[in-house]
Ligand binder design. Structure first.
Ligand code: 4HQ
Length: 241
């Protein structure tokens, strides 16, 4: 997949895209990332890219000209590229949207800064995406979040193929607690069942823990879960009333 990033702060992406799993994916050629400094397209000699909003109000708005020319040139004749604007008013980024973006050949991410971007850029945007209900200082961190969430669904980016399946949100549950060696850290022990080797009991325990955590932290998700099937009794015949 090719990802283009349009930003006033290309340096913000360096560390994130070079490090860890994302860095490895880039080095292995699974993802190709190009950052573009929107200021390079400004046709004024001060390289100005923001101005006061028409109609008044606080803050500055990103000017249409540098952004429009940058996005037009980066897109070129590529009709297949999906152009995404990161903005708190966008559709929420979800596992399903990340999975769907991962199937695209090319993403072009537009990072706004200041109070927002001149609305006329929407002529060149396919989708508006938000990473959550809070306001950041720019779209750069949201773009990194989107790239990371999408990259995980590109075959070969993660070591193990199944690791995107058994985690938070895949089944509507938050993650169950994980432990690794030592089994006793200064008196803090690991739940017995995980050391038992009893696969069925481990599955039941993890499922129950995931349900407890989901109920506690995300009652909104918990309410959407299917009802638990009635627990099997030792004596298979139901009690009569
Ligand atoms: N911003 N999800 C303001 C966000 C944001 C979000 C990006 C801050 C756009 C102009 N983007 N700029 N939340 O807060 O995507």
């Amino acid at each position: 997949m090719r990802i283009d990033i349009l930003t006033l702060f290309p340096d913000m992406f360096k560390g994130v895209l070079d490090a860890s799993i994302l860095g490895r994916a880039v080095r292995n050629g699974l993802i190709e990332i190009h950052t573009h400094d929107i200021r390079d397209w400004a046709d004024n000699k001060h390289r100005k890219a923001d101005d006061e909003p028409f109609g008044g109000g606080a803050g500055l708005v990103m000017m249409i000209q540098p952004l429009f020319d940058c996005l037009s040139e980066v897109t070129g004749e590529d009709k297949g590229a999906k152009r995404i604007l990161l903005t708190p008013r966008g559709k929420p980024l979800t596992t399903e949207r990340a999975r769907s973006f991962s199937k695209e050949e090319r993403l072009i991410l537009v990072c706004g800064h200041y109070e927002g971007v001149d609305e006329r850029i929407m002529e060149l945007i396919d989708e508006e995406i938000s990473i959550g209900d809070y306001v950041l200082t720019g779209g750069e961190l949201p773009a990194m979040v989107l790239i990371d969430s999408v990259a995980r669904f590109i075959p070969g980016v993660l070591g193990c193929d199944s690791s995107t399946e058994e985690e938070s949100f895949a089944d509507g549950l938050l993650e169950y607690p994980q432990y690794t060696r030592p089994a006793d850290f200064r008196g803090r022990t690991v739940p017995e069942v995980l050391l038992s080797g009893h696969a069925a009991n481990i599955r039941i325990w993890r499922h129950e823990m995931a349900r407890i955590k989901t109920k506690e932290n995300r009652p909104d998700l918990f309410a959407l879960l299917p009802p638990e099937p009635e627990k099997k009794r030792k004596n298979s015949r139901k009690k009569q009333d």
